[in-house]
Design a protein around this ligand. Structure first.
Ligand SMILES: [Cu+2]
Ligand SMILES: [Zn+2]
Length: 183
């Protein structure tokens, strides 16, 4: 009889622990949400405004959402450049395309391509546009230099990326720049 009661007690404790562990797991998920942002500043007096956000999930997939305004209708190249420095009035302080794997400029996902070759953003007649991308070729603050986007810069250009001209797609002057900073 005493043994039977002990077993019931253990069963009750086991249920409690499972509930407790699930609660802990949810807390961990919140704690491990990783994000970064590039607050865009206008370069070459373009009037560009916008924000680019990056979030990394627990499977290591990074999602980017770029929301841009204040520039002309049409396609504009959007890239990650190698230096998170937007201090120059023309944005050239951000350097060339971020290319940690030493490849040619190209189309995202079809080698060879730079890890910063996002492509183009389509801007509407009101000057606004958005583009999103999801990839496991980037990370937010990890130790792999071929993946870490923190400390790089997001650049929007005046013209479209032609996806073939070297080394940067012949996209013309820079309309906006934002250093990618971990949140
Ligand atoms: Cu660029
Ligand atoms: Zn490129």
């Amino acid at each position: 009889m005493l043994k039977h009661k002990t077993n019931l007690l253990l069963l009750a404790m086991g249920s409690f622990c499972m509930l407790f562990l699930n609660a802990c797991k949810d807390d961990d998920a919140k704690d491990t949400t990783i994000s970064a942002v590039a607050n865009m500043v206008a370069t070459n007096s373009s009037g560009l405004t916008g924000t680019v956000t990056f979030t990394e999930n627990s499977e290591g997939m990074v999602s980017m959402v770029a929301t841009i305004g204040g520039i002309s209708e049409g396609d504009h190249a959007i890239h990650i450049h190698e230096v998170g420095d937007c201090s120059a009035a023309d944005g050239t302080s951000a350097g060339g395309h971020w290319n940690p794997t030493g490849e040619d400029h190209g189309v995202w996902g079809i080698p060879p391509f730079h890890r910063g070759d996002i492509g183009n953003i389509v801007i509407d007649a009101n000057g606004n546009g958005t583009v999103s991308q999801m990839t496991d070729l980037w990370c937010i603050g990890c130790s792999d230099d071929t993946k870490n986007i923190v400390g790089k810069a997001l650049i929007i250009h005046e013209g479209p990326d032609d996806f073939s001209s070297q080394p940067s797609g012949a996209a013309g002057p820079r309309l906006g720049c934002g250093a990618i900073e971990r949140q």
